[in-house]
Design a protein around this ligand. Structure first.
Ligand SMILES: [Fe+2]
Length: 228
């Protein structure tokens, strides 16, 4: 009787242990899955979706940030599963990947930088060392803006115009197609204007030059100057 009792008890203990292990494994799987699913997220929008009006409409922010940017992030999170980039940070992926992973990583990073470069009632002029470097290298802030806008207008097709710095603080204006980012040239992005039509078509239709001119009045120079 005692033997049967012990046997039953040990069976129960094994079952409990099995079920504990299984539930632990399930939790682990769930956690791993969640951590992969949730790996990258869009940067939080630091203003209301209508805060940039009339320069960028609420509708454009909602579509551009809510749909386009979200799609790049979602695609990236799916594409990196099972690759060497599964646990890499975004900058590393942009520097070292190519093809679809690069396109979606680049656009994820580019839009994180873009959407945090603006604020309600922004504009004015750059600050601190960035202001000094712009004046020194371009002659004046107005001259810099003119060159930056010209680069953005003359970029053929979809892409980005960037202000970037090298390791010595030297500034340059870069035209990058599609998902391009200065990181791939060993440079640090300071300011990027999105010249994909999705960023301005609802508000400006084909008038890219007008859109670029207006963007200067919503720049958050505290954030952008701190990147220099
Ligand atoms: Fe965009």
């Amino acid at each position: 009787m005692k033997a049967i009792h012990l046997y039953l008890l040990s069976g129960l203990a094994s079952l409990t242990l099995l079920s504990f292990n299984q539930s632990n494994a399930n939790n682990k799987d769930q956690q791993t899955k969640n951590s992969v699913d949730m790996k990258f997220e869009k940067v939080a929008l630091p203003y209301a979706t209508d805060a940039l009006e009339p320069v960028i409409s609420k509708q454009t922010v909602e579509l551009h940030y809510g749909k386009h940017h979200q799609a790049y992030i979602d695609n990236l999170n799916k594409l990196i599963v099972g690759t060497k980039f599964e646990n890499a940070d975004l900058e590393t992926i942009v520097k070292e990947s190519d093809g679809a992973i690069f396109n979606n990583a680049g656009q994820s990073l580019n839009h994180n930088l873009y959407f945090t470069s603006f604020k309600k009632n922004g504009g004015g002029v750059p600050k601190g060392k960035l202001a000094e470097a712009i004046n020194e290298q371009f002659g004046s802030f107005d001259q810099f803006k003119e060159e930056f806008n010209a680069a953005g207008v003359s970029l053929f097709g979809s892409g980005w115009v960037w202000l970037a710095k090298d390791q010595n603080g030297k500034l340059s204006i870069l035209k990058e197609s599609n998902a391009g980012n200065p990181l791939t040239s060993g440079l640090t992005p300071v300011l990027g204007f999105d010249v994909w039509e999705h960023s301005y078509y609802l508000d400006y239709q084909n008038r890219r030059a007008d859109h670029l001119k207006e963007l200067w009045s919503i720049i958050d120079w505290d954030v952008v100057s701190a990147r220099y």
